[in-house]
Design a protein around this ligand. Structure first.
Ligand code: ATP
Length: 433
């Protein structure tokens, strides 16, 4: 009864109505349907925002995947767009009117088994208990019944509600982390994101699994997804410290240590983020700093596993290969146009890394000046104005570059100065020709 009231408060009325209609549709098809996943956590915890992604499980009957049957029935009653993934026994129904944000992920209850540690699971359809038992933590193994005669009944086979109240992340079985190391990443991430505590035995299991070395360098696609989520936190440091404490960072490289230099640099990224956040996936910056903390000879093994895109890779390589040269440059002796050319050739992400990594250096001071004063500087004259003398093409580009150089180096100060210079340069060129 109390849960029903919580549901009424948490779900917007059309969503609650949709859940009731889902229960009715399932009953009409003689199926059992349950709400599961993150939305139960959010519903039962105070002050958690509503999430429009709703996960449902349909209990299987016989060998058939029933999620599809329920999804099709719901679509015929409520509309929306349907995607069916037959091989997984799942379906997605979304784009409902009037609120297109809502999405129902409907899965047929399943059980999973693992041929070897870290393998992709083998899946078989099953009942609700087995479906909840395959989940990672007790707080993620709660379900709420949605049929008309049990709507709003909490199903809690693993004391998840107790753990939720105590804000504990507790694993359901001792071998969960050996089966799938992604769960160790999820534990640390959820601990920070939800302000929970990994329960002590669970923490020990994670640490023991990682200490065994079984997952050293095991940076699979799903671990990459987790890593990016962690690095996208406003402040990823507490989570990285926890990952390090429990040995989970060994999945990237067993030699990766969060030393003071790295932590200082990670801390400083935020200071410059407003300059760079728009241009990049912000997580790439802390990732490059982590990579730098891996011993030089181990980096070639890790780098391909991180699957950086072209731009990120170029930024990383500039950071790795050009830092020493750029740090040793005597910037004070260089004219602004030379500084401009040197820094323009470097990806912004690398500049951000240098600022965070070498904050007191002449290089950092030069980058700041470049960024604030010179980076967006243009000549006073436009290509359009130059068209009276020159056709657009390489000559015009060269002339504009020369005008920019003169402006950067303080040789011109106005539109008129540039007019005079442009006419002089064009005349010189004609004389040469
Ligand atoms: P978030 O959306 O922040 O990742 P979530 O718990 O909702 O949190 P999902 O990735 O949407 O995570 O996963 C949905 C549910 O699937 C989880 O609540 C959990 O029960 C289960 N789950 C996800 N990943 C795993 C895993 N590696 N092992 C076992 N169960 C998992």
């Amino acid at each position: 009864m109390q849960l029903l009231r919580l549901m009424q408060n948490y779900f917007p009325p059309p969503v609650l109505d949709l859940l009731q209609q889902t229960g009715q549709a399932a009953a009409d098809l003689n199926l059992k349907v349950y709400l599961i996943g993150g939305s139960i956590r959010d519903l039962l915890l105070p002050h958690r925002a509503f999430d429009w992604d709703i996960d449902l499980v349909v209990e299987n009957q016989g060998e058939e995947a029933r999620a599809e049957a329920l999804a099709r029935e719901l679509q015929s009653r409520l509309g929306g767009q349907l995607q069916v993934f037959k091989q997984y026994g799942t379906a997605k129904l979304g784009k409902f009117k009037p609120d297109e944000r809502l999405q129902l992920d409907i899965a047929t209850a399943r059980t999973e088994s693992y041929a070897y540690p870290g393998a992709n699971p083998e899946v078989a359809f099953s009942d609700l208990h087995a479906d909840l038992d395959r989940r990672d933590f007790s707080v993620n193994a709660l379900a709420i019944a949605l049929l008309p005669d049990n709507f709003g009944q909490l199903i809690d086979y693993f004391e998840g509600y107790h753990d939720l109240q105590h804000r504990h992340l507790r694993t359901l079985h001792p071998d969960k982390f050996r089966e799938d190391p992604v769960r160790a990443w999820r534990a640390c991430r959820l601990e920070q994101a939800l302000d929970f505590q990994i329960e002590s035995e669970t923490a020990e299991l994670i640490a023991d699994t990682m200490k065994s070395g079984l997952f050293d360098g095991f940076c699979s696609a799903r671990i990459r997804v987790e890593l990016r989520k962690v690095l996208s936190f406003d402040d990823p440091i507490p989570c990285l410290l926890r990952l390090s404490e429990l040995g989970v960072l060994r999945c990237l490289d067993p030699h990766l240590k969060l030393n003071e230099t790295l932590l200082d640099a990670l801390n400083r990224l935020e200071q410059w983020q407003p300059w760079f956040a728009e241009a990049h996936d912000a997580w790439a910056a802390p990732l490059c700093l982590l990579l730098e903390a891996v011993p030089l000879e181990k980096r070639p093994a890790l780098l391909p596993k991180l699957e950086l895109n072209q731009h990120q890779l170029r930024s990383w390589l500039a950071f790795e290969q050009k830092s020493q040269t750029y740090l040793q440059n005597d910037w004070s002796k260089m004219p602004p146009s030379a500084i401009y050319a040197a820094l323009k050739a470097i990806p912004d992400l690398t500049l951000w890394l240098w600022l965070a990594r070498y904050p007191e250096s002449p290089l950092a001071l030069t980058i700041e000046r470049y960024w604030l004063e010179w980076r967006n500087l243009k000549p006073f004259l436009t290509g359009h104005e130059l068209k009276q003398w020159l056709k657009p093409g390489p000559h015009m580009r060269a002339l504009l570059n020369e005008l920019l150089r003169a402006r950067l180096d303080g040789e011109t100060h106005s539109h008129d100065d540039e007019m005079t210079l442009a006419q002089k340069l064009i005349q010189q060129r004609q004389e040469v020709l």
